[in-house]
Design a binder for this molecule. Structure first.
Ligand SMILES: Cc1ncc(COP(=O)(O)O)c(CNCCCC(=O)O)c1O
Length: 444
């Protein structure tokens, strides 16, 4: 029998392991999962969640884990922020759904207004709401094609944009995202990006290489849009060399090509500013957002300059659930919490703590500590050759998870440990989790 949330005691913010992980309840659920869910839906942790709050996830057997994943950069305000819980409870008691394309409601409009205020776009903006990051990317491409009358779209090496047919075409890494699922959408092209640790190029030089490919292999006259994550997420938390992104955006502006900033993973205070584009000094034409937008409720958005977004004919954008009212209520609560709880500053503090910790626990196998705000990563390499070390990465992550830390990896080469804690995690818990990772590395 679920305990009503208003009487539920706060979840203790400490790591606690019972005598087994996974415990008996998780083991039983794993058996049920095997009998009902396809193996293609793979889980990282061997336990099943019962509660999550602040920086802790409690599993069904009473293990409390330090959460350094935030459900892949989603629960930035925590997985049960009181404001979000209250907003969701009030909305769900009024109505769960009318379909905005049928009977609209204020929450959708209010979210669009807020995103227009916060987005790093000057002038009038418009926002359309969807459910997932991939759906937002799909629709940003539709808008770009409608506005420019051109079809080609360019993405970068190491990009990740989703798992739908078009977004798989935009995504770089084959396994597990694309393998065996082709053919992919046409008129999608890939150009070299900026990966300073591996290409050793400054921003201007890397941009020249990308622009040469854009011009010679695709042609600006055919190109509707260039899409890039300001910090590449699944590809390895790759921060492009300074100057790269502004050079690409300048080229786009000079050649009537739209620039789409995919801020699905880097948005909503994750990198210490509202959006990572701000720090890169770029103003996108279109921006896709999701993940941190609504505290775990499924919601995504395309925000763009009004003249671009309004190029789409009436009825051209939509979908049954897009901008669900409960998700919009959650999003409005999240946007308030980000400001009231000072989460931009907390993300900056998290970066300082992570950098200071690993600068104190140096290891020659750490090829680079990189990222921004609470989107930080370690790239593991063979110190003799600089080659990616995926085996070490897997061993460190597995050991940390066994010790009760939810830890994610990423990277084209599978050799990046990433830190995506909820922005509300206590400094004490964060430091404890980082200590577990350092101990796992020392023992590997
Ligand atoms: C930049 C960027 N754009 C788009 C997406 C896609 O967002 P959806 O909400 O997962 O569709 C992402 C999702 N990243 C996590 C994917 C996890 C997995 O599926 O294994 C992203 O990071």
């Amino acid at each position: 029998m679920a305990v009503p949330t208003q009487t539920r005691p706060p979840l203790e913010q400490s790591r606690h392991l019972t005598d087994a992980m996974p415990g008996p309840q998780s083991q039983a659920l794993a058996e049920r999962q095997k009998a009902a869910v396809p193996a293609g839906v793979a889980a990282t942790m061997p336990v099943f969640a019962a509660r999550a709050e602040g920086g802790i996830i409690e599993d069904v057997d009473g293990n409390r884990l330090i959460d350094l994943g935030a459900g892949i950069a989603v629960t930035s305000v925590g997985a049960s922020h009181p404001k979000v819980v209250q907003a969701v409870q009030e909305q769900v008691a009024s109505f769960t759904h009318t379909c905005f394309m049928v009977t609209p409601y204020e929450g959708y409009v209010a979210v669009a207004e807020k995103l227009g205020e916060k987005a790093p776009l000057s002038g009038e903006t418009r926002t359309a709401l969807f459910n997932s990051g991939a759906e937002a990317v799909e629709n940003a491409v539709k808008v770009a094609r409608a506005f420019t009358g051109k079809q080609a779209v360019a993405a970068f090496d190491h990009a990740y944009h989703g798992r739908t047919t078009l977004t798989m075409a935009l995504t770089a890494k084959s396994m597990p995202y694309k393998h065996s699922f082709g053919p992919f959408a046409p008129e999608v092209y890939r150009v070299p990006g900026s990966y300073p640790l591996r290409d050793g190029l400054d921003g201007a030089t890397a941009a020249r290489h990308a622009i040469s490919a854009l011009e010679k292999q695709i042609g600006a006259d055919n190109l509707a849009a260039v899409i890039m994550e300001p910090i590449q997420g699944e590809g390895g938390f790759i921060v492009p060399a300074q100057g790269f992104l502004p050079a690409i955006v300048d080229w786009c502006r000079a050649n009537d090509v739209l620039f789409i900033a995919d801020e699905v993973q880097s948005g909503f205070a994750r990198t210490g500013t509202w959006f990572a584009s701000e720090t890169e000094g770029i103003e996108p034409d279109l921006m896709t957002t999701a993940k941190g937008i609504a505290g775990g409720m499924p919601l995504s958005a395309v925000t763009g300059r009004a003249e671009i977004m309004d190029a789409v004919h009436p009825g051209g954008l939509g979908g049954t659930y897009g901008g669900n009212p409960v998700a919009c209520a959650a999003a409005l609560a999240v946007l308030e919490a980000i400001e009231e709880d000072g989460l931009l500053g907390r993300a900056q503090m998290i970066e300082r703590v992570i950098r200071e910790h690993f600068e104190r626990h140096l290891d020659e196998r750490i090829g680079e500590i990189r990222g921004r705000g609470a989107m930080m990563a370690l790239e593991f390499v063979d110190p003799a050759t600089g080659e990616p070390d995926a085996a070490l990465t897997g061993a460190v992550a597995a050991a940390a998870r066994r010790a009760g830390v939810v830890l994610l990896t990423c990277g084209t080469y599978g050799n990046v440990v990433r830190f995506l804690p909820p922005l509300v995690i206590s400094e004490e818990l964060l430091r404890e989790g980082l200590g577990v990772v350092s101990e796992a590395l020392a023992a590997a």
